[in-house]
Design a binder for this molecule. Structure first.
Ligand code: NAD
Length: 458
């Protein structure tokens, strides 16, 4: 496998990918190791995650630079991801023991029966991951999976392999046995080979097309499958906002991580009363963003990680222009080595255009005027996806009324592009099934077992 820096096109490393045979051997090792790991007291497993966190802190700068080099993420944003990881680890360290404690749900009844629930590990789980936030989307799965007593076969994205290998090294250095967390290296073919093993659960983060393929391939096996997929996340700007403040926040939500976040703002609807002022403020804000070397501290827009995405972005712009959209900024690739696309703003868009319907996953946004709240809600719900949605308004009641009618896993009032470890992270429709984070996302890696306990009659 060749690891190429997307910002320069330079080869970073060449390393062997797993074959069917080595994937099988890794599965066998994980299967053999899991029972012992699952039988440890939970505090011992939690202790390894505490050490993992210490090691992340120690190596933070090296890890941030590796991430920037292999995915093209601006260095400050790589550091932010690692800081965010530490906060997630804190959540898991604090909450896991409580979330996985046995529960007595009936005792002292007239029938003298006790009812209990225990949280059993699933066994050996496959974690197939995306590249855009490898520390976030990986840790949401492998940390609670390990703490709950599972062995994890972790396939990082082929675009974040070096980060995946660092994660494995640090977990092992922290005391997770080598056979309990195993990195499986390669692209989609390797992922597919992994799913042929008799794993007890599949936890996938990636695109809807791959997720749908995976769901179909494991559907008959009656194992747990969680799919965290893409989005086409909308924001509605009401007529009572301060346009400058709203524009700055929403532009950040759309362009942070070079627009390559599952919860990036991908569509903006603006009440017609403030539409023109909002568009002006938005374009002015995006013009301020520095595009360039991801290792430069002042860079805000980095490289496009996957070369193939450049064609998708170009097609969306061409389709929108052909159907009557106005191109206000950008609109094309940048002529330099590596994969680059100019920050792009389109107005006068509508839902006949792919830029308002298909996930863009890049630095490009469409802004559409709407007549009122009802029209905005209709447009927000007119999508195959349902990951996040938000509204900007000074009126809390109005916000809550609108958000109650929006069909999405997470909803935001006066914020966007935000994930909290304390809240469940999930999508509806093509954005996926299942969830991570929150106490539900700790229990997601277990099977609740029902205990009916009756002492023998005296
Ligand atoms: P992708 O679907 O191309 O790949 C994801 C992973 O699946 C990679 O590890 C890849 O090697 C593997 N894979 C590909 N084909 C496979 C197959 N047939 N069988 C098994 N594994 C296979 O997605 P990507 O480009 O890595 O990530 C971007 C996508 O992920 C976007 O759609 C984004 O919105 C989504 N995403 C969602 C979330 C979320 O939490 N909902 C978070 C991050 C990213």
């Amino acid at each position: 496998m060749k690891i190429v820096n997307p910002a320069t096109g330079a080869l970073v490393r060449d390393l062997p990918a797993d074959s069917q045979k080595t994937v099988r051997a890794k599965y066998d090792r994980a299967r053999a190791a899991q029972p012992r790991w699952g039988a440890l007291p939970i505090r011992r497993r939690i202790e390894t995650i505490r050490k993992f966190k210490d090691l992340i802190v120690e190596r933070e700068e090296m890890l941030a630079r590796t991430l920037t080099q292999e995915v093209g993420k601006p260095i400050r944003q790589s550091r932010n991801e690692l800081k965010g990881l530490l906060a997630r680890l804190d959540f898991f360290l604090t909450e896991s023991a409580r979330a996985l404690r046995d529960e007595t749900v009936l005792s002292g009844s007239a029938q003298k029966i006790e009812e209990r629930i225990s949280h059993e590990p699933l066994g050996v789980v496959a974690n197939i991951s995306a590249w855009n936030y490898p520390y976030f989307v990986g840790s949401n799965v492998f940390v609670p999976a390990l703490v709950a007593g599972n062995a994890v076969l972790y396939k990082p994205s082929e675009y974040a392999t070096l980060t995946g290998l660092h994660i494995a090294d640090l977990l092992h250095a922290a005391g997770v046995p080598d056979d309990v967390f195993i990195a499986v290296i390669g692209d989609g073919a390797t992922g597919s080979a992994l799913l042929k093993q008799s794993v007890d659960g599949v936890f996938f983060t990636g695109s809807y097309p791959t997720g749908a393929k995976i769901a179909a391939s494991v559907g008959r096996r009656m194992i747990k499958v969680q799919l965290e997929l893409g989005g086409k996340d909308p924001i509605y700007v009401c007529d009572d906002v301060d346009v400058e403040t709203a524009a700055a926040a929403i532009a950040d939500g759309a362009f942070y991580n070079t627009g390559q976040s599952c919860c990036s703002v991908e569509r903006v609807y603006v009440h017609e009363a403030v539409h023109d002022a909002f568009v002006d403020a938005f374009v002015a804000e995006v013009k301020r963003y520095k595009v360039g070397d991801p290792l430069d501290e002042s860079t805000y827009i980095g490289a496009i990680t996957r070369k193939a995405q450049l064609a998708v972005l170009k097609r969306q712009v061409a389709d929108a222009k052909k159907k009557g959209a106005k191109l206000l900024l950008g609109g094309d690739t940048l002529k330099r080595k590596g994969n680059w696309f100019a920050p792009t703003v389109l107005s006068d868009v509508d839902h006949s255009m792919t830029v308002m319907r298909e996930e863009s996953f890049g630095p490009i946004i469409g802004i559409q005027a709407v007549a009122d709240d009802d029209a905005a809600i209709d447009q927000m719900n007119d999508t195959d996806y349902g990951l996040t949605a938000g509204v900007y308004t000074g009126d809390e009641k109005r916000a809550k009324k609108i958000l109650a009618r929006v069909n999405a896993g997470s909803v935001y009032w006066n914020c966007c592009d935000r994930v909290s470890p304390r809240l469940p992270w999930s999508g509806v429709k093509h954005s996926g099934i299942g969830l991570t984070l929150s106490t539900y996302g700790i229990q997601a890696f277990t099977r609740p077992k029902a205990w009916h306990l009756k002492a023998a009659a005296a």
